[in-house]
Design a binder for this molecule. Sequence first.
Ligand SMILES: Cc1cc2nc3c(=O)[nH]c(=O)nc-3n(C[C@H](O)[C@H](O)[C@H](O)COP(=O)(O)OP(=O)(O)OC[C@H]3O[C@@H](n4cnc5c(N)ncnc54)[C@H](O)[C@@H]3O)c2cc1C
Length: 542
Amino acid sequence: MIERFILPFSEKDFEKEYDLIIVGSGIAGLISAYYAPENFKIALFSKDRLEESNTYYAQGGIAVALNPEDSPELHYKDTLSAGADFNEEKIVKIVVQEGIERVKDLIKLGVNFDKIDGLAFTKEAAHSKRRIIHAQGDATGYEVARTLINIVKDRKNTNIYEHYVLIDLLTYEDEVYGGVFFDTKERKIRIFTSKYIILATGGAGQLYLHTTNPLTATGDGIAIAFRAGARIMDLEFFQFHPTSLDVASPQRFLISEAVRGEGAYLLNAFGERFMLNYHPLAELAPRDVVTRAIFFEMLETQDRIYLDLRPIGEKKIKERFPNIYKKCMEHGIDITKELVPVSPAAHYFMGGIETDEYGRTNLKNLYACGETACTGLHGANRLASNSLLEGLVFGKRCIDAILNEDPAKNHSIPKHQNNLLNISLNEVNQGIKILKKILWDKVGIIRNETELKDAENIIDNLIEKLHNSFILDRSFVELKNMLLISKFMINSALIRKESRGAHFRIDYPKSKEEWKKHIIWEREKEVIFCEVNSLPSFKKNC
Ligand SMILES: Cc1cc2nc3c(=O)[nH]c(=O)nc-3n(C[C@H](O)[C@H](O)[C@H](O)COP(=O)(O)OP(=O)(O)OC[C@H]3O[C@@H](n4cnc5c(N)ncnc54)[C@H](O)[C@@H]3O)c2cc1C
């Protein structure tokens, strides 16, 4: 039922050959482009404007053990404890240590982190130390993306393709040698071949009705890699951020965790600080705990939940959170004086394309880094502000690996036709609407077998309806990709009969030792299990 290719193409669509194709203009893709050798001919693709990425919207900052009171060992411990005993320890060690050098590189490149007598560090949930560095108060992602985009735009060896959607990868046996793209401006299919390909296509928040992610975050890289034969993993773990601004929007505005780090409280409709009843760390408990507490509190009170930033003080709010202040003002809420209505929203995908410690996948010449990859760093629940760091570390490591590996050979471009039938845009949009609502209602913060099975049926029906049909449009590609991911996400959530981190089954509310294993999928294979701390599965005969 999962097609190898989703749109028709042929040899006549061939455009150009490169040494390296990077798909994605978030932190992971941009930093790979920066570290790539100058003698490489490089193409960097993004499906929208270069700026439209999760990276651009990141607020809180980057977790890095640079504070004299801190250490990589403490950062390591905090990452493991937030990750619910499910992190790949080797990967965590690499990130907390190498992350320090990568952040120093960012500073040298001109990223202007905020300073108070040296770098300013803030605290976020589940961090034992003040270790989050930030820029422009609460616009860290903007500052990082802006700096890196300017650098990459100046590189003579790099061609930039905006508004190009990667649809599928070309493979010969288990070697990847090119990509089929949809040029959304000219509405044409274009094929590029390359010696190496890095997928840095980001997250998948748009799977859900409520999300903090931009419209580009539809998990494309994960689905594309799977269709080409790559392994995908940990799809049952999707992080819901506890505090998005509770105002309907296709991309919910995030109220950063850093506000709680600086002293904001969560209140229920009766003005009670309910988090004190849920966890000793109260508002600074791990994200999954706070999200579930809000969910249950909303159910019990049948009312909204609020953030109270007033304990931070007006002056500090305006200095530290200028972006949040401005955005809330646009919605008529003065956060220095009023309570802010908040609710959980899909935020970060822990699952993704399985990669080793150098971003290598099980396919030759295909690498993945950033949110689209799954290294096992985050375990079952990402520690706040660890993902920009992950993008930095593995963006560089992909390049390190490429420099030591043989390039893909030249292969001819196949033709794909397959009796494809036309469907309407209206049907596609309807499909997207249904998918997002089903995932939010049945595969969300609290799960159970009955709802998961319902969701499975609905998603399978949608997959069947779209089988062998097509319309040349970005939304069609996104729907196909989101359906594929939903299918394996639901299957994984059904298989994992326990609760761990962000995956909470009300019918199996406890974690179980025997479930310390990853659930992995590869096309035309049965489900694969691999013990935690023994990845990558493809090198271990899992
Ligand atoms: C509101 C918000 C706040 C956040 N705050 C923080 C924070 O403070 N600290 C932190 O560490 N993390 C934070 N995160 C998470 C973090 O921003 C992301 O995990 C990280 O930026 C991901 O980077 P990336 O490079 O992997 O992907 P992204 O930055 O999402 O970039 C993905 C790129 O891939 C492109 N793309 C996708 N599909 C295709 C396709 N088919 N063809 C071509 N191009 C494609 C997109 O156009 C985009 O350019 C936040 C996330 C959000 C949404």
